[in-house]
Design a protein around this ligand. Sequence first.
Ligand code: SF4
Ligand code: SF4
Length: 490
Amino acid sequence: MTHWSIEPNLLVLSRGPDELLLVNRRGGSPLHVQRGGAFVADFLQRISATPDDRCATSLAPAEMPLFHLLRARGFLGETATRDTARLPASAEYDAGAPHQIAAPAGTRTAVSLYLLLSQSCNLACTYCLNGQQTYQKSQNLRMPQQIALQAIHRFFETLAPGGALEIVFFGGEPLLNWPLAREIVVHCEGLQRTDPLGRRFRYHLTSNLTLLSRDVIEWAKRHAITFLCDVDGPPELHDACRPFRSGRGSFAAIERSLRRLRKERLAVSMRCTVTSTNQEQMAETAALHRDLGGVSSAFVPVNPVTSDEEILPADLLPCPRQYAEGLKAVFLQGLWQPEQLHPFNTYLGRVQGTERLCQACGAPYGNTPVVDVRGDVYPCIYLVGIRRFHLGQLQEAAFPRRTVLERMRAELDVRRIDGCRDCVWRGLCGGGCPVGRLTVADNPLATPDHVRYCREIACRTSQTAIEALLWHYADQHRKDQHLDRSGFPA
Ligand code: SF4
Ligand code: SF4
């Protein structure tokens, strides 16, 4: 006896009254129903509601082509029981191969090593997560050369032949310790030149760009250093979010630096940290990022927990719903291609079926280690200073504490997270950026509202990005086929 059921990995998206997109999260071609979506949704509902084997035999002859099409696309399956016949439903997600970094040392193909060249900063952003205590900002701490080189050698050794170590100059404000960045580049270039395994270095500078010198530009040109800089909105808005310590706005200085970098054809990625202050101007900010010459644009909701494990004021956090609407508006504006627009670009591989994962990022695999001025190492820049994520000190024989990463991997496995386990988005989402969840967990100052914020912002980010990308590719396919919105030849 044949029983038919809806494929448990089927994601059903609707747009307007009559358009439907059916996507099997395990792969295969999606089905874009441009007209008659309501009919197909009803048809699927009937299939899932019809008991036992009667669903196929009870269909009208005119419905059989649709039945066969859905079967051929793998949206309907033969089952022995009706347990999974729900719409939409989720099933065990086959996570596929884990991140390559889980492989033993000496086999990694890419690692991004964050070095806190300076733990102080010349700005006083309203949402700065670098705590007074953990970053000791008033001490103007600078990384000694010995720590930097030790970190570089340590992580360079973990690379496979031909692998790349990206050195991310970070802070505080790393340009407060620019001479060390130069020494690092010289050292790395020497290592690279003589490395028998062909391993390479890349350099990236995350900076507020208020201290850009001619020297930085020259070195950036010579060694292909790329940049990341925050611009949080038009001048007044940006200045309200990111003033100098004196209280003066930083926009004018940053704009000057961006102009110089653009003239020299140096690549700057732009980022906006989204708070309640600028959440309503996201589309405007995306356009500004382009006008300022950025090569990409990123929108990152502020994390509520500082490195001192203090909680940011609740009224500084963006509204998750508004943030998601802003993201969608930025995407639909069409100024940036999906691969240039964060967070959309992080979901591309999953939506295109080239990437599968059970954790949303590489931090639990040690892909993004951060080293502070004392040689203390953490798995992610947002986890610096939080003792339960301390991987140890470079100088210690016991470094790294693998139990920390093992615990993170287990806790962040999307198949195990409460609320994610049965989520229909799970296979494409991977659980969302885990930073919020990790930092509020076990923090006695975090209220249920903070926990809710972190959860909701992660979900809304994933769902907004995935849905927008799926429709984007469906529309692109329709245009490539020269069809109009009704599905007829244009
Ligand atoms: S530029 Fe970065 S480190 Fe400096 S105050 Fe702003 S958020 Fe903090
Ligand atoms: S983070 Fe949200 S959208 Fe993603 S799998 Fe978990 S519950 Fe689903």
